[in-house]
Design a protein around this ligand. Structure first.
Ligand code: DGY
Length: 329
């Protein structure tokens, strides 16, 4: 007698590449969301019913209430390296494996950090708006004169994989002096590779020409940059955030930019995204992008594939590839 085993049911909470959905469908019964609707917490909880696995993005919150309503859930694979949308202790307590997508986005995200740094320091979007508005009538010696990038000092807060990618680009590509601050200091070899010098947070804020934020978001890193920290930065300095909203106090930053207490900022992430603090929308000296630092086509595909492979490996081999927690079997 042939025994027909039913496929495990999973939820793919947001639209993803059709080819990735196709490979998931070979292994799973898939409920997908190719219309890319943004579900409320209660809708996500409802859709999760009966699912043993889920593929989520950084916008989908997995918390104690959702876990309690879905005791059948075994694994949630995030298509992001950041996982502040997960209540990790609650997932571990509920016996739910959490995974993310490290490594595959490191270099692409570091590239974007540099794109934002260059655009911010050299006033790229501000000058483009001026040109598009038909205001450009003549060449002027100081037109949109910005800050120097090459040879300047970059201060990196958060020196994980992406921070190190930024440091290598800065030191080896742009001859910048690299200083950094992190919870833990890098090994001497890693510091040499990045040509980076460890300093206190205060020294970094006081001396950097460009401050780059690349740390994970947590309760401890909430408002790492607020009014007091902005006051410690040079008036000529720029600030770039490619990490997470909430690391910067957006209202305090908008005020500092308006009052020219720092020269400019480049932001890819926001406190209440996709909403952007209205004051940030009216200051000219800020470059704003909609959380796209990892968004090159090959990298987003690699992230989707890794998230899918985490689910496939968990259900076919009993182990996810890049887990964030350890669940006793
Ligand atoms: C990440 O991977 O954490 C990026 O922010 C994409 O959401």
């Amino acid at each position: 007698m042939v025994q027909i085993m039913s496929k495990p049911s999973i939820l793919v909470a947001r639209a993803i590449f059709p080819e990735v959905l196709q490979s998931l469908s070979q292994v799973f019964e898939v409920e997908s969301n190719q219309a890319d609707e943004v579900w409320s917490a209660s809708e996500l909880t409802r859709r999760m019913q009966g699912k043993v696995g889920a593929l989520t993005t950084g916008s989908d919150r997995i918390d104690a209430a959702l876990l309690q309503a879905n005791p059948q859930l075994k694994i949630v694979a995030n298509m992001a390296v950041g996982y502040n949308n997960f209540d990790l202790p609650a997932m571990t307590a509920a016996g739910v494996v959490a995974s993310n997508t490290p490594d595959v986005l490191t270099e692409t995200t570091a590239d974007f950090g540099f794109a934002l740094l260059m655009a911010t320091a050299r006033r790229v979007t501000e000058s483009e708006h001026y040109l598009r508005a038909g205001l450009w009538t003549k060449w002027s010696y100081d037109m949109f004169a910005g800050a120097e990038v090459h040879g300047s000092t970059i201060g990196i807060l958060g020196m994980g994989r992406i921070g190190q990618g930024i440091a290598r680009r800065a030191a080896h590509g742009f001859g910048m002096h690299v200083i950094y601050h992190n919870r833990s200091r890098l090994s001497a070899e890693m510091e040499a590779d990045c040509k980076a010098r460890y300093v206190s947070k205060a020294e970094l804020l006081n001396t950097a020409d460009h401050v780059m934020l690349v740390m994970p978001y947590s309760a401890e890193s909430h408002h790492t940059i607020g009014a007091a920290e902005l006051a410690q930065m040079k008036p000529t300095a720029t600030l770039v955030n490619i990490a997470r909203g909430g690391i910067v106090d957006d209202a305090a930053l908008a005020l500092a930019l308006r009052e020219k207490r720092i020269a400019a900022a480049g932001l890819d992430v926001f406190e209440d995204e996709p909403k952007v603090h209205p004051d940030l929308l009216t200051v000219p000296n800020v470059v704003l992008t909609p959380h796209i630092a990892s968004s090159s086509i090959p990298t987003r595909l690699a992230m989707a594939n890794l998230a899918a492979d985490n689910l496939i490996s968990f259900f076919t081999k009993g182990k996810s590839l890049t887990p964030l927690n350890t669940i006793a079997q």
